[in-house]
Design a protein around this ligand. Structure first.
Ligand code: ADP
Ligand code: AMP
Length: 214
């Protein structure tokens, strides 16, 4: 399965990506996770990306497209992958198309997790992530068993630096301006499959499996 997962910031891409990659046995390639790892490791890429990320702006295409194309050439992507958070604008989508067509690779589907913008600020501001394994929780909608502690590895949960009210709001605006046009782009290629993301976690995943089986 060669998939993209799209949706507004906070729509549940990372949450559902975890279910999808376990179910289809494919690697999860999240550009946001790659940038956060680079920032944690204080690499040159991390240094360059952080000034954009802390404002909720897009990291320049020249940095972003390269890391994705390099990652897609690793052996574990041979039989499938789930791209999460990339592409985020038309020029990234065109670069991805060129890369895939040069390699003779076709996407199977582009999933859009559709959630109204009005509820997403609460999702982002209440999101907590494990410092160690990256598992995602929510202070209200998906609480860990012990407050502030990851169920999976016992490490502390933290708030992402860009999950403040103002940055979350800007990320929604950036999505509308840059990323939303990709829905028509992939619809025109007959790849788009939309799922209602404003439902219980398990129901969203059941709908994803259903649309992907068709
Ligand atoms: P994205 O990767 O699209 O930015 P996440 O998967 O990190 O979004 O989810 C954002 C926040 O919303 C997290 O705190 C997550 O626990 C919560 N969340 C995800 N899916 C749902 C859902 N169906 N209902 C309620 N909260 C959800
Ligand atoms: P995410 O983890 O997908 O919510 O992304 C967090 C932040 O990383 C975004 O707000 C951007 O600053 C940056 N980012 C992630 N993916 C991309 C991308 N494809 N293009 C540009 N910036 C990105």
């Amino acid at each position: 399965m060669k998939l993209l997962i799209m949706g507004r910031p906070g729509a549940g891409k990372g949450t559902q990506a975890e279910n999808i990659v376990n179910y289809y046995h494919i690697p999860h390639i999240s550009t946001g996770d790659m940038f956060r790892a680079a920032i944690k490791n204080k690499t040159k890429l991390g240094l360059e990306a952080s000034s954009y990320m802390e404002k909720g702006e897009l990291v320049p295409d020249s940095l972003t497209t390269n890391i994705v194309c390099e990652r897609l050439q690793e052996p574990d992507c041979k039989d499938g992958f789930l791209l999460d958070g990339f592409p985020r604008n038309i020029s990234q989508a065109e670069a991805l198309d060129k890369f895939l067509s040069d390699k003779g690779i076709c996407l199977d589907a582009v999933l859009d997790i559709n959630v109204p913008a009005s509820i997403l600020i609460d999702r982002m501001v209440g999101r907590r992530v494990c410092k160690n394994c990256g598992a995602t929780y929510h202070v209200e909608f998906n609480k860990p068993q012990v407050e502030g502690v990851c169920d999976k590895c016992g490490s502390p949960l933290v708030q992402r630096a860009d999950d403040t009210y103002d940055t979350a709001k800007n990320r929604l605006d950036v999505y509308d301006q840059n990323t939303a046009p990709l829905l028509a782009y992939y619809e025109a290629k007959n790849l788009l499959k939309t799922v209602d993301g404003n439902q219980d976690f398990a129901k969203v995943f059941a709908d994803i499996k259903n649309v992907l089986s068709k």
